[in-house]
Each structure stands twice: as C-alpha cells, then as structure tokens.
Design a protein around this ligand. Structure first.
Ligand code: NDP
Length: 245
C-alpha cells in the first residue's frame, strides 16, 4: 500500500511531536504546521535522523486563507491528505469576570476556528479518495468544564460538536471523524506548573500519575488505522479515570 499522508497541526509541541513520531513509525508521511518560526529546522532534522519522512509548513491555524493555501501546497507537493489531526491549541486562563475579549477570541480561534479552517480545504480530497481520518484533539476540560477556562472548555466542547456533525456528513464516504479528549499529560506546559499544584492535580487522577504524550499518540495511531473504520463521531476519553463520560 502507498504511504498515507498525515497532517498534524501544531506537531512540534509536546503531544504533537509524540503523535508525529507514532504516525511516522506506523508508516505515514508526516506533514506538520507551526506558527512561530525558530524550531522547525532542528525539529525536522531530529525527525529525519529517526528515519521519518517529515515536512513542515508555516501556517497560522487561526487564518483561513493561510490554511487553504497550506493544504493546496501540501496536496500539490506531497499528495492528498488521508489523516488530519487537529492538535494545535492554546490556553489563556482566567475566571470569566477577569477574562478579556482578546483571551476569549484567541482561545476560540486557535482551538475551534482552526478545526474549520484546516478541515474545510482537506475534506474534499478525502471524500474523493474514499478514505479519511479526522481526529480532533480536545480535552477533559471540554467534557467536564474547568474553573478559569470558560474559553478553553467552550472551544474544546465545540470541537466535539463539530466531530459529531461532520461524522454524519461523511460517514458513507470512507471518512471517519472522532474526538480524543486527553486528561492531564506530562508536557512542558503541565510540568511547568509548580510541584505543589501538580501534586493536587495528580491526586484527582485515579491512576495516580499524569498521562504520557505517547499514550495519546498510540490512540491516534489506532484511530487513524483501517482497524478503526467502524468508529465515527466518538469522543474518546483518555484521562487516567479522572472523568468517565
Ligand atoms: P503545546 O503548547 O506543546 O503545543 C501546541 C502546539 O500548537 C504548538 O506546536 C504550537 O505551535 C501550535 N499552535 C498554537 N497556536 C497556533 C496557531 N495559531 N497556528 C498554528 N499552530 C499553533 O501543547 P500540547 O502539546 O500540550 O497540546 C496539544 C493539544 O492537546 C492542544 O490542543 C491542547 O489543548 C490539547 N491538550 C493538552 C493537554 C495537556 O495536558 N498537555 C491535555 C488535554 C488537551 P507554535 O508554537 O509554532 O505556535
């Protein structure tokens, strides 16, 4: 079988890098995006040193025009995207009473508008080839809400609404659409939280530890595979038992 092309937005981040490595190890050609230039050369060199076929494109996922251009360029230079992992995301925490409209818009735009911006130009290629996997990386906090995260919880819950609707639209076209909702994962972002506060987070996780980026990545690989062809519109919780719906 020819190698499938997987696009991972924000693939140079903590979870994104693990997803790119796992999809590459499973035989995919990897395309990733970054918005802030600086680390793409070193990141790409590290991945190539592992023997992976990787390509990096600069693209701000909040900008629809840049996303459409990036997808057109990838399609022309590499081929049709078969697997899309909408992974780029940010937080701008604060209680609603202190939240600025800028904090609200940035988080909604980066986590939710981005899903439309990237999926819309990628979906036709998947439908035409009668195969596609769209995987939206949401969050436990989109399922249960979180103090100080009205913006993030709304955006992450919205991602799953998108998943459920699009899943119905493309179900008969060989394209599945699913959400993965990680709990707390040991990335730089979470490890930067002071130990005392991190211990309080861990105390709420029945399994008794943070998740590993590789544990999210291995679920992505399975959802992207032919084995997962009967699952669509699902929200897969992977959170150490912290929240169970
Ligand atoms: P990181 O901050 O390590 O990575 C986020 C990535 O998103 C970066 O590569 C960043 O690239 C990219 N990004 C941010 N803004 C933009 C933009 N405007 N355009 C393009 N890319 C952008 O985060 P994680 O790896 O921890 O998180 C990955 C995903 O998992 C996120 O969606 C997050 O919400 C979700 N998640 C994370 C959890 C955790 O515990 N870490 C738990 C639950 C969900 P650049 O620096 O170039 O902008």
């Amino acid at each position: 079988m020819t190698k499938r092309i997987a696009l991972v937005t924000g693939g140079m981040g903590g979870i994104g890098t693990a997803i790119c490595k796992a999809l590459a190890a499973a035989g995919h050609i990897i395309v990733t995006t970054y918005s802030k230039p600086g680390k793409e050369a070193a990141w790409t060199a590290d991945m190539k040193a592992l023997g992976y076929d990787v390509h990096a494109y600069q693209c701000d996922v909040t900008n629809g025009e840049q996303c459409a251009n990036m997808i057109a360029q990838v399609t022309a230079e590499i081929g049709t995207i078969s697997v899309l992992v909408n992974n780029a995301g940010i937080t701008r925490d604060g209680s609603l009473r202190k939240m600025t409209v800028e904090d609200w818009r940035q988080v909604i735009s980066t986590n939710l508008d981005s899903v439309f911006n990237v999926t819309r130009p990628a979906i036709d290629g998947m439908v035409e080839q009668n195969f596609g996997r769209i995987i939206n990386i949401s969050s436990i906090n989109g399922q249960k809400g979180q103090f100080g995260q009205t913006n993030y919880s709304a955006a992450k819950a919205g991602m799953h609404g998108f998943t459920m609707a699009l899943a119905q639209e493309v179900a008969r076209k060989g394209v599945t659409v699913n959400t993965i909702s990680p709990g707390y994962i040991a990335t730089d972002m979470v490890m930067a939280v002071p130990q005392e506060y991190r211990d309080k987070i861990i105390a709420q996780i029945p399994i008794g530890r943070l998740g590993k980026p590789e544990e999210i990545a291995s679920l992505v690989v399975w959802v992207a595979s032919d084995m997962a062809g009967f699952m669509t519109g699902a929200n897969l919780a992977i959170n150490g038992g912290q929240h169970t719906t």
